[in-house]
Design a protein around this ligand. Sequence first.
Ligand code: SF4
Length: 334
Amino acid sequence: MEASKFLLNMNKHIATDDTVFSAQIKPFARILAEHGLDFKRAKTTCLQINTGLVCNQSCAHCHLEAGPFRGESMDLTTARQVIDYASKNRFEIIDITGGAPELNPHIAMLIAGLGRYTPRLMFRSNLSALNNGQNDDLMALLRDNRAVIVASLPSLNQSQTDSQRGNRVFAGSIEALQKLNSLGYGKDGSKLELDLVSNPTGAFLPPSQEQAAKRYRQTLHRKWGVTFNNFYCFANVPLGRFSKWLKKSGNLDSYLEQLAVAFNPCAAGGVMCKSLISVSWDGSLYDCDFNLAAGLPMNRRKTHISDMQGRPLPGTPINFGDHCYACMAGTGFT
Ligand code: SF4
């Protein structure tokens, strides 16, 4: 759906191919207006790269519906264009994500190429793709480029993780963390940062990040000797597979209401779209990965990275939708 139609229809039930929002909550545009919040860019400091939708897992909370049977993957030409753009614009942070970025055939070139042009290269991993028996070289490459690894580990419970993500995924994830620790990741003084991310496994908002971090730190160390640096709890965004699951299970309205009740205008200043530009596997630009999933391009028109001159300017309006409630619930998303 075009962005303009999307906005015009925001006070009705809104339907895209993947998403139906509820008439029970106020349109996000209205809540922004009520709080006098403008939704414009500050300085853009982060280039996020979505290498594609191919993934070894099919998680229920995935806003991109990534999975083993997806074919979308960044090709060599686009990967080179991304590196060229990064070389000219020298972002403070470059954030590689997917799908499972490990499964992109050009990932080694992207890591080595992008690592030259930023002081902080981030790599998002579901851990099982990193520990699939073929990626020990990739772990070493990430270490050599001082990449920050942001790893998702939704639960400390083996059966819960395996039922959500697949057989033996939990054991493989723990083994991946142990391997990363043995390379120096997550160890005091190594300057190799290993951060963990947890998403709720149902139609509810995340628990207190502080308490969850304490539990993860204690349990992972006591049971498996694993250490890490930072821990983040993120709310699931009602798009893609998660949105479909919410609808099918009859939880969509109640989940959106939880997000709307938890709306925190103070979180608006910290949302990632204020400082991030997201490039998809086909080179198209978005204000964030969620807008990519929702089909809402940056500046409300398709722009290819090869046509982008410089960084987006401060003050440029950000494209948004009702899914943005997920970024501003409680203390915020990003
Ligand atoms: S989904 Fe979040 S990061 Fe993306 S535009 Fe909305 S508020 Fe910003």
